[in-house]
Design a protein around this ligand. Structure first.
Ligand SMILES: Cc1ncc(COP(=O)(O)OP(=O)(O)O)c(N)n1
Ligand SMILES: Cc1nc(C(=O)O)sc1CCOP(=O)(O)O
Ligand SMILES: [Mg+2]
Length: 537
């Protein structure tokens, strides 16, 4: 029995192991813990799950876990609850990295709530909602309102008001050896400062240079989680050990530290600095508190992900910063028809051409794609191939566009290599989050209105409301799409879109060049002068 856990929480941890064995899993995962929590309907966590919209049966079903009777048979050696919780003759199943972070978070929450710091089932649930949100996604379909539950569990009563006390129960560092603890304290203190500072430098870039609310929020949350985790150390151990004047490294600055050629170099250096500092906190933290060390490990992985997201955003701005009008072309009978339309759209001011062909043989498609590549390159416009990363690469396109049913960003990346832009269609909020996290370079956001090019049922229409939502979520380049015309484009711009993608409005126009010019002018908020008429076309 672990004295940090209430008996109910301990049972849940044991039961999570049983659930992991049942899946033949190599490690106990957050999903096993969630199932274990609802397996005991009278515990506080299970009550909360019901209060926030779900039932134990639905949670088990959503996570593919068998019913409780099938999963936990009475057996020889059963304990007082009638369950053979942990088989004594088998080696324990290790806890996954994420589960360790969940338990670490539960401990921090428990400490913040009460001096006794005993971890109850509600703290385990709180840990799950903050540290294992992705693993909990399937239970949304079971009715669980994850956002409200997370909000409820992080209400002030559970949030640290005072610094979290050190977790003396699990501190193997012999603090009576004062010389040794001061050495460790200095390393931890210096690493904590480096990690905090590195994150702040990057956050400033996301906030002031990228002006990206989503990235800024993610970075800020990570910085706060770092601060909260650091509160798990005894403050005296860190500050009391600080001795900057005698730090032999304080005044050593290498050449590479002095040179930063561009903002990207600043970002890369500071992400690296943060990850290194977190690694130190993790390794030396193990000497003080193994649970906290696990949380630094999780933070380090989060920083790697953030680095990818921020650098992807930088690369996307570079590629698409000024691109406001994308024209989708396809379904034309001949190569000549296609090159004519593309030429007209480019002459009218299209910034990006997307080749969207659904029924051509691959060889013909590649031939057309190569033609469009030449025309777009001559016009200094960008070229995207729809659906096909392989052909995008072969045609030398700038990128590929993927829908929710196409290959994933990860798989496409294996074909395109690191430099091509990968755009992703999104139709709801969760898809935006997922696309950004997957490393999308830009987003399609729609359908805004019914489209003459692609059929959508009424419930599938995302509408202007979705454009407003995305405008508040991210500054990653995104193109509103679906039924956009000269008549409605101003409403789309008002909803927060600065870029649009259109097909019929150009391809089916009687004068595609003039139609493109008018759309471009409306996007820019400029007066339109009809050059086609002026030139007698
Ligand atoms: C800019 C942009 N946004 C959305 C789409 C639609 O992609 P997808 O959902 O894969 O549908 P198809 O175009 O493949 O029918 C797009 N092509 N471009
Ligand atoms: C291909 C496509 N995808 C959409 C989406 O919302 O994902 S809307 C759309 C059609 C875009 O053509 P038009 O401008 O003619 O409506
Ligand atoms: Mg597609």
């Amino acid at each position: 029995m672990n004295e940090m856990f209430t008996p109910g929480a301990q049972r849940a941890m044991d039961r999570a192991e049983v659930r992991a064995r049942q899946r033949d899993a190599a490690a106990v995962e957050p999903r096993d813990l969630l199932v274990a929590l609802v397996d005991e309907p009278e515990c506080r966590a299970a009550e909360l799950v019901v209060e926030f919209g779900s039932t134990p049966d639905d949670v088990r079903q959503a996570l593919g876990a068998p019913p409780v009777e099938a999963s936990l048979p009475a057996a020889p050696g059963e304990n007082e609850r009638g369950y053979d919780l942990v088989a004594a003759d088998r080696p324990p199943v290790p806890h996954s990295r994420t589960l360790r972070a969940v338990v670490g978070e539960a401990m921090v929450q428990a400490r913040a709530a009460e001096r006794s710091g005993m971890v109850g089932t509600e703290h385990l649930l709180a840990g799950l909602t903050t540290e294992a949100a992705a693993a909990l996604e399937p239970v949304r379909s079971a009715g669980l309102d994850l956002e409200r539950l997370r909000e409820y569990l992080s209400r002030p009563a559970l949030v640290a008001a005072d610094p979290v006390l050190p977790l003396e129960d699990v501190a193997p560092l012999d603090l009576s050896d004062s010389a040794r603890s001061v050495d460790i304290g200095r390393i931890l203190d210096a690493s904590a400062n480096r990690a905090r500072e590195g994150l702040r430098v990057v956050e400033d870039f996301a906030r002031f240079a990228l002006d990206d609310p989503g990235l800024t929020r993610r970075l800020k949350e990570t910085r706060h989680r770092l601060a909260e985790t650091l509160r798990g150390f005894d403050p005296d151990l860190l500050i009391g050990s600080r001795d900057t004047p005698d730090d032999v490294g304080a005044h050593i600055m290498t050449h590479s530290e002095q040179i930063r050629e561009n903002p990207r170099a600043v970002l890369v250096a500071n992400f690296k600095r943060t990850a290194e500092a977190l690694r130190s906190l993790e390794e030396y933290g193990k000497l003080v508190n193994v649970w906290l060390a696990g949380r630094f490990e999780v933070l380090r992985y989060d920083v790697y992900t953030l680095e990818k997201l921020v650098l992807t955003a930088v690369q996307s701005y570079r590629a698409l910063g000024d691109a406001r009008l994308m024209v989708l072309v396809g379904g034309l009978p001949t190569l000549g028809d296609l090159t004519w339309i593309v030429g007209e759209a480019l002459a009218g001011g299209a910034d990006v051409i997307q080749l969207r062909e659904k029924n051509l043989p691959d060889r013909e498609l590649l031939t057309r794609a190569r033609e469009v590549r030449i025309l777009t390159a001559q016009a200094k416009a960008r070229f995207i191939v729809n659906d096909r990363p392989d052909l995008a690469r072969l045609a030398g396109a700038d990128g590929v566009h993927l829908g929710q049913d196409d290959v994933t960003v990860r798989d496409a990346r294996r074909i395109t290599g690191p430099h091509l832009l990968i755009g992703v269609s999104t139709h709801e909020r969760a898809q935006v989050d997922a696309a950004v996290l997957a490393g999308a370079g830009y987003l399609g956001v729609g359908p805004i209105f019914p489209s003459a090019t692609k059929e959508f049922s009424e419930p599938e229409l995302a509408g202007l409301a979705f454009a407003r939502t995305v405008a508040e979520m991210t500054r990653l380049p995104w193109f509103a799409i679906g039924g956009i015309t000269e008549e409605n484009v101003e409403r789309v711009v008002e909803a927060g879109a600065s870029r649009i993608a259109v097909s019929a409005a150009v391809v089916r126009a009687s004068r595609p060049r003039a139609a493109t010019t008018r759309l471009r002018a409306l996007l820019d908020g400029r007066e339109f002068v009809d050059d086609d008429t002026a030139s007698g076309e």
